[in-house]
Design a protein around this ligand. Structure first.
Ligand code: GLY
Length: 349
């Protein structure tokens, strides 16, 4: 079975394998990295129904003892209670430092499993097997792990790199159009921030999944290698996310992450136009509409501003947002928070 491999050099070096049907090779991929060990697979109820038996069979056929812990599908599962339950499960399974965790699912599963891996016994190895487009191109790569707390999304987390990412793109065949579209917002993001050629290929529907996933992962890899701990450049990956997170939070997560990011990217392009950086709003709006996104913002400047006050990216009285200079070239721009509010009032009211 053919696949591409992208190598990441960070605080832990690892490979990302991308290809259709490669889940069946999981045993061969992990043996040189993990040796003989016990495994615990964390997954969600949707993925479990479709592929839970399959992954356990592949692992046991490869000679592994593998247990499974299933959380309900959805963002609400990325919580402290599930983290603690999962940590207790690891202890019940007598997982030791030489054993490992497998994150088998979308961003919620990957973030929760990664954080548990960083905490349990002060750190055990983990493997990311993303099953959504969004997890494949973003959350499974780069070692950001987190849970949400009532004060906000991803507020408790750690940087903790996996030992391997195994991205079987055939697993995405069963995603609902809405969940697949969520990932498309992240893919568009990569085009806008750094790759005009990628952006242009996204005008063709449907895009070539394996090639596009690999290109997005390469872009993310390049950024993570330069700024693993998010002190500057990595902030470019937040294009559309600062406003998107505010929208997600205000909607109590009824607006999905991808839809919120799409709305957030449109707000950011309007802000770039207001700052005389460039005007690509109609261009980006048109592309995103082609993917079926509703790009209206249901909230006014006051609500978005108040939600931004608890954003992780705020530093004292200022906040940094990602604004395009053109398609394929974005800048990190820091505004006093009041100035951002004034601009939001022009854009949203
Ligand atoms: N999802 C943004 C990052 O990994 O930095």
């Amino acid at each position: 079975m053919s696949y591409r491999t992208i190598h990441v050099e960070a605080s832990r070096n690892y490979d990302i394998h991308i290809g259709r049907g490669i889940l069946s090779q999981i045993g061969d991929f992990i043996r040189p990295l993990l040796g003989d060990c016990r495994l615990v697979v964390l997954t969600d109820s949707n993925v479990d129904t479709l592929y839970g038996d399959k992954i356990i069979t592949y692992l046991t056929d490869a000679g592994y003892v593998a247990d499974k812990f299933v959380i309900p599908a959805g963002e609400a599962s990325k919580c402290a209670e599930n983290l603690l339950d999962f940590l207790n499960f690891l202890a019940e399974c007598q997982i030791t430092r030489s054993d490992s965790i497998i994150a088998f699912g979308g961003g919620v599963v990957g973030d929760l499993a990664g954080l548990a891996a960083s905490l349990y016994l002060r750190g055990v190895k983990y493997v990311q097997i993303p099953t959504t487009l969004l997890a494949a191109v973003d959350s499974s790569v780069g070692g950001k792990t987190a849970i949400d707390i009532p004060a906000g999304k991803n507020l408790v987390g750690a940087f903790y790199q996996p030992v391997l990412v195994c991205c079987d793109t055939a697993l995405m065949d069963t995603l609902s159009p809405e969940i697949y579209r969520d990932g498309c917002a992240e893919v568009v993001k990569y085009g806008v921030i750094l790759d005009k050629a990628l952006y242009d290929t996204l005008k063709i529907h449907p895009f070539e999944r394996d090639r596009v996933v690999a290109r997005c992962v390469e872009i993310k890899r390049d950024i993570v290698q330069k700024d693993e701990f998010d002190n500057g450049l990595r902030g470019l990956l937040n294009f559309g996310h600062t406003f998107g997170h505010a929208i997600e939070k205000l909607s109590c997560f009824s607006v999905s992450h991808g839809s919120a990011v799409a709305k957030g990217m449109v707000i950011a392009t309007k802000m770039a136009a207001l700052c005389n950086m460039c005007d690509v709003t109609d261009e980006l709006h048109g592309l995103l509409l082609g993917y079926g996104f509703d790009l209206s913002c249901p909230y006014g400047a006051d609500e978005i501003y108040n939600a931004l006050l608890s954003d992780k990216k705020r530093r004292g009285g200022s906040i940094t947002v990602v604004l395009p200079r053109s398609i394929g070239d974005c800048a990190l721009v820091t505004f006093p928070i009041e100035e951002l509010y004034d601009k939001l009032k022009i854009i949203l009211n």
